[in-house]
Design a binder for this molecule. Structure first.
Ligand code: MG
Length: 368
């Protein structure tokens, strides 16, 4: 089996509501996503998606993925798509770094491997652990009352884990937000307070030591060293996200004792292959992990949730889905979807989601 053609599409995905990141620093109204289809000489098609969460959240943007395709896609032509590790090494030699740009191609390779073997992706990632993946809500920064009301609505939709975005410059406001959420939190609910790098170490230590919350605090500060400093001066478990990209970053975080858990997002770390490597390391050192993608349609969501489903329950926290935040649902009925706070994975071979060619329209680029 050989890869004979790579097609690339750009789509703009309007959000159902504008999204304010922690502290109201960044507003997103649409996501720029890239789809790739790898076609083989025996008629299979593997799908991948790469969708940064806006262009200011991480050092990643949609145009960067498509520019990198000129270098990456030709290196895959004529190669056996089932040799995924070898092809990742080829891409890493052709274009060092640029992890996010490789993620959609890597996803499409896994989709082809699954289709060629007749197995869903979670079978390759270790096998299903349980029937479904617990989901978490995402609660944007607002007043304490607004955030508590959004959590109540999420609770009604079945979510028992919530990711609440905090991280203003005024500690009293963050303390009020967190205490309002804690006051309404039910005994079987978990809340992760996601700061998205917004605090200085001094602010983080002040807020975290003032609040009653014992839940997770995520990415309190910009850098690994700053978060490690906060780790030493606070009592709540810390989860790291944006400051970890390479495998070495994860190793450094573990060596520093900086966190008790990490977010594993295939698009941030360079695809499912590299995400699996981080996930397996996380299992071996006892981390708890949120496993989900950075953004995108139900295609990207479902690929990441195959990795979540195959992670031991004691090592995984809930997963977030991006596609319910989009104004449109171009792959309606397919993939991993919220059913009362849980998502089941398709049993179909590969990722189990296929975008429609009518919706995609003309490709932005074709390599053959
Ligand atoms: Mg986060």
């Amino acid at each position: 089996m050989k890869i004979s053609r790579v097609a690339v599409w750009q789509k703009t995905l309007p959000l159902a509501k504008p999204y304010w990141l922690s502290g109201g620093r960044q507003k997103f109204e649409a996501l720029d996503t890239t789809f790739v289809r790898l076609e083989t000489d025996d008629g299979l098609s593997g799908w991948g998606e790469g969708c940064p969460w806006g262009h200011t959240y991480l050092p990643a943007f949609g145009g960067g993925i498509r520019a990198a395709m000129d270098i990456l896609a030709p290196t895959l032509l004529g190669r056996d798509p089932r040799h995924i590790e070898a092809l990742n090494r080829t891409m890493d030699v052709a274009l060092p770094g640029h992890f996010y740009a490789k993620a959609p191609l890597d996803m499409a390779l896994w989709d082809l491997l699954g289709q060629s073997a007749g197995l869903p992706l979670h079978a390759f990632f270790g096998g299903a652990e349980g029937e479904a993946v617990a989901l978490n809500s995402s609660i944007p920064t607002g007043t304490p009352e607004e955030m508590a009301a959004l959590i109540e609505a999420a609770r009604a939709a079945g979510y028992r884990t919530h990711s609440a975005k905090v991280g203003g410059t005024e500690p009293a406001q963050d303390i009020a937000r967190i205490e309002a959420i804690e006051a309404a939190r039910q005994a079987d609910e978990f809340v992760t307070y996601d700061v998205n790098r917004a605090w200085t170490p001094a602010l983080a230590v002040e807020v975290m030591n003032a609040v009653t919350a014992r839940g997770w605090f995520e990415q309190p500060c910009e850098t690994l060293d700053q978060c490690t400093q906060v780790r030493r001066l606070t009592r709540q478990p810390i989860m790291l996200d944006e400051c970890l990209q390479s495998f070495q970053d994860h190793l450094d975080a573990w060596k520093a004792g900086a966190c008790e858990g990490v977010k594993v997002k295939p698009n941030r770390v360079g695809g499912l292959t590299k995400a699996k490597r981080v996930r397996d390391f996380g299992i071996s050192v006892g981390w708890r992990m949120h496993i989900e993608d950075v953004g995108g349609t139900v295609l990207a969501d479902t690929a990441a949730l195959h990795l979540a489903l195959s992670t031991p329950v004691e090592n995984r926290l809930a997963s977030w889905l991006c596609h319910p935040h989009l104004a449109d649902d171009p792959m309606a009925g397919q993939g991993a979807r919220n059913e009362g706070g849980f998502a089941k994975l398709p049993d179909a071979p590969g990722v189990g989601v296929k975008p429609g060619l009518d919706w995609l329209g003309e490709p932005a680029a074709v390599y053959e």
